[in-house]
Design a binder for this molecule. Structure first.
Ligand code: LRH
Ligand code: MN
Length: 396
């Protein structure tokens, strides 16, 4: 794929700038409510999760940080910060976004920050504050909040009173943020609640982030949309309103399936990345965190993560090579077919040879998946971790 010199430079610049955060829980045994298929190589300790993350970064060059879920990765809270700091040193991977766990405690049956009990809301806010302090201790910028809060039957909860309690709780949490820290508000239309979810869509998340304070932004999990929703359009709106804070990338065929990025609709990710390239091309100050949020119930965990990062690099490069100047001309002239063919044409092109060139130039394996297999890393951790896996619980 011979590109002009400046397009080649544009490609290398785009890949050098591309970073995507990997979730610690992507290396753990996870399942569905119908069970969990245990993998001997799965990570069950924070040490093992850092080791796997370091392997992925060594092979791909694009994943220097790992997202942590507080109760799963720092069960002792702030007391675990020093331990994580030394793991960062040992493995050359930094702790990334800090994700509070407001969905597994029995007392959150009727909600956490939206629970009718002021006492329970108080404890949930305390967990938010603990999470913010952990992030401060680790030098992590983002506290990434997802709430399962909602109800299962009409008439059983006051939707508007819960909005009021949520606004108060987010303002109290925002007040604890240190300078430079951000609170990312993630929305999800349903599951585990099946009648109403308190933060169900981008509009609700945008309102709550604005009410919380200036350091709050919206997080878009690509799996948290009804299939008919145009995700890149709401991304464009969040960019336009200056409220886009980050993404959780994954893929889905039906609901929040948490499948590997680009496995079902790679064009979707291309269209989202395009909105980012256009905005940064216009000089807009974008500060958008790219993160992966997947559960690898059947695929090998490390293999699936390497595959995911390779797909993300490919789709980021394809979208970086769209001739945006020419496209804008065709769009405004309403040259529909020319514009579509220019746009989609970039998606069709095979950028893997160019990606291999960039990897070679950066001292990375030209084929990370092949390098993973040749490394014997998975066989090694399978032996080391055999017999440690439990079949209990469905998540992480
Ligand atoms: C909820 C979610 C959230 C995480 C969890 C692991 O569906 O997307 O971002 O806390 O997955
Ligand atoms: Mn998510």
């Amino acid at each position: 794929m011979s590109l002009s010199k400046d397009l080649n430079e544009r490609a290398f610049r785009a890949l050098d700038a591309f970073q995507i955060e990997i979730p610690s829980w992507g290396f753990a045994n996870t399942g569905t409510r119908f069970g969990k298929f245990v993998q001997a190589a799965a990570a069950s300790t924070i040490e093992e999760k850092f080791s796997d993350a370091a392997q992925v970064h060594k092979l791909t060059g694009s994943t220097p940080t790992m997202a942590l879920h507080v109760l799963w990765d720092l069960p002792a809270g702030v007391e675990d910060v020093e331990k994580v700091r030394s793991l960062e040193q040992n493995h050359g991977i930094r702790a990334g976004s800090i994700n509070p766990n407001l969905f597994q405690d029995q007392e959150y049956k009727f909600g956490s920050l939206c629970n009718p009990s002021a006492e329970i809301r108080g404890r949930a806010v305390q967990h938010m504050i603990d999470s913010i302090r952990i992030a401060a201790g680790l030098g992590s910028r983002d506290i990434s909040l997802w709430l399962p809060d909602g109800s299962n039957y009409p008439g059983t909860q006051s939707i508007r009173r819960r909005v009021g309690w949520l606004e108060e709780a987010l303002q109290a949490s925002h007040a604890e943020l240190k300078e430079g820290q951000r609170l990312l508000v993630e929305y999800k239309p349903f599951e585990p609640a099946f009648y109403h979810t308190d933060i169900a869509d981008w509009g609700m998340a945008l309102h709550l982030a604005k009410v919380a304070g200036p350091q709050a932004k919206v997080l878009v999990d690509t799996g948290h949309h009804y299939s008919a929703q145009n995700i890149e359009q709401l991304v464009a709106w969040l960019i336009h309103t200056g409220m886009l804070g980050g993404f959780h990338f994954n893929d889905r065929r039906y609901a929040d399936d948490d499948l590997t990025l680009g496995s079902i609709d790679p064009y979707q990710v291309f269209r989202i990345f395009h909105e980012i390239h256009v905005a940064s091309g216009e000089g807009l100050e974008l500060d958008v965190a790219f993160m992966i949020d997947q559960s690898h119930n059947l695929k090998g965990k490390v293999e699936a993560m390497v595959q995911t990062v390779m797909s993300a690099q490919e789709l980021w490069l394809k979208s970086a090579l769209v001739d945006r100047e020419q496209l804008a001309v065709l769009q405004d002239k309403c040259e529909l077919v020319r514009a579509e063919e220019l746009f989609r044409g970039a998606f069709w092109q095979d950028v893997r040879p160019l990606l291999a060139e960039w990897r070679e130039a950066r001292g990375l394996p030209v084929d990370p998946m092949c390098a993973l297999r040749e490394s014997g890393y998975v066989e090694q951790i399978t032996k080391e971790r055999a017999g440690k896996q439990s079949t209990g619980g469905s998540y992480a």
